[in-house]
Ligand binder design. Sequence first.
Ligand code: G
Ligand code: G
Ligand code: MN
Ligand code: NA
Length: 253
Amino acid sequence: IEIERDLKAAIRGRQFELYYQPLKDLQQGGYIGAEALIRWNHPRKGVVYPGSFIDIAEQSGQINAIGEWVLEAACKQLNLWQHTNVDIRMHVNVAARQFFSDNLYEQVWTLLTRYRIKPHTLILEITETELMGDVRYATMLCHQLTELGVGLAIDDFGTGYSSMKYLKQFPITKLKIDRSFIMDINHNYESREIVSAIIAMAKALNLSLTAEGIETPEQQQFLVDNGCDHAQGYLYSKPVRENEFRQFLSQVN
Ligand code: G
Ligand code: G
Ligand code: MN
Ligand code: NA
């Protein structure tokens, strides 16, 4: 209840901020994207992480207003990057309730137009569980969003409930392997087998693949050797503020 009340003030009071975590192209070496991750600059508590308020916002319905803010802030930023020749794709997390709200398509259309975004540079991250909530509606919406030209990624892939049948049915462009599989690939035979099977499946279905939660050079090496496309994790950078993110890019790209 206290958080709900504080969130109301936060939405009105511009207390949210996006941090960015770089996505590395494992085969070419450069950085090709950023995942936008929300932070709440709470007037008393300091920086609050989404783990402690996204679920509450989802239950209270405040996620719609927050999600709208996130999408607009990400598009505004993408426009600025495109103006300064920072060639990077923007990944944005979309919560279930936001995905199934009746105006996501319109929001995305409006923002692409308002901020002159090249559609393929915006990627919406959705979880398997979200998609499976209402397969018919999700399939329709995914097709509409794909027609706008934006990319669709399944986030936390492997942890949810989904079937190969639906993977083929949704017009998804990308999978993100959940970091729980990456965590022990260097110590656990089963995790290695699962990860290489997911890599093979993504290739067979012509889906681009990002591994999440890379923390060691050994994990990276395994993914490079097995042909994974992209990687994200503390090995490269934790999520950082925009100025730090640009500084990071100028040093590495
Ligand atoms: O940023 P952090 O690593 O603490 O993220 C924790 C969780 O919060 C992740 O599962 C992430 O997907 C989610 N999250 C972060 N930013 C957003 C956002 O803008 N919208 C939604 N819906 N979830 C987010
Ligand atoms: O669920 P989603 O993939 O959107 O969440 C991303 C979350 O993972 C963020 O909270 C981010 O801070 C966290 N994260 C990103 N890279 C790493 C990593 O290398 N190790 C760990 N433990 N967490 C990470
Ligand atoms: Mn994500
Ligand atoms: Na994830």
